[in-house]
Design a protein around this ligand. Structure first.
Ligand code: IMP
Ligand code: MG
Length: 178
């Protein structure tokens, strides 16, 4: 285990099991429909790679990048779009894939933003949910795992751009950010 990690919460096997379950649900729910998965960079890219390989209906992907955190471990509430979608989404059912739903400020903003571009629908799939931490209500359609109220890294999730490469999700030693 990495020396900055105090506890492994979810192993690669746990996360792959989520990708299989969620992929099956999405394949069933969107069968016969035009589906676009929108991934929020950078954190969600690792889970997305697992998820898409467990979807067995036609699906397209696009990427957005937003920033709501600097080198800090708590939400700033400020969402900045760094990279936008490449094509119009009017003909698509859009599923926004996120790594973690914490304050909800990021997803709340993104969902409204995507709705303003008039897709057939916009829904959310999140790998992790920090229960009870939402500052704004966010309704998600697919949920992977409930995460304790701690700062977690790995499997795409970072602190100051580090730890994304860990093949598990674990709690970052608070000494690393205080
Ligand atoms: P929210 O706007 O507070 O819901 O936070 C959304 C974004 O903040 C996520 O997509 C992550 O990139 C980041 N984030 C929130 N909590 C954590 C965490 O525990 N570890 C790493 N990143 C986090
Ligand atoms: Mg993120």
């Amino acid at each position: 285990m990495h020396p900055d990690i105090t506890e492994v919460l979810f192993t690669e096997q746990d996360i792959l099991a989520v990708a299989r379950r969620m992929g099956a649900e999405i394949s069933r729910d969107y069968a016969g429909q035009k589906l676009l998965l929108v991934t929020v960079l950078k954190g969600a890219f690792v889970f997305m790679a697992d998820l898409i390989r467990n979807i067995d209906i036609p699906v397209e992907v696009d990427f957005m990048a937003v920033s709501s955190y600097g080198a800090e471990a708590k939400s700033s509430g400020v969402v900045r779009i760094i990279k936008d979608l490449e094509a119009p989404i009017e003909d698509y059912h859009v599923l926004l894939v996120e790594d973690i739903l914490d304050s909800g400020l990021t997803l709340n903003y993104l969902k409204k933003y995507l709705k303003s571009r008039n897709p057939l629908s916009v829904d959310i799939a999140t790998l992790l949910l920090k229960e009870g931490k939402q500052e704004v209500p966010v309704d998600y359609k697919y949920l992977g795992l409930i995460c304790p109220d701690a700062f977690v890294v790995g499997y795409g999730l970072d602190f100051a751009e580090k730890y994304r490469n860990l093949p598990y999700i674990g709690i970052l030693d608070p000494r690393c950010y205080s």
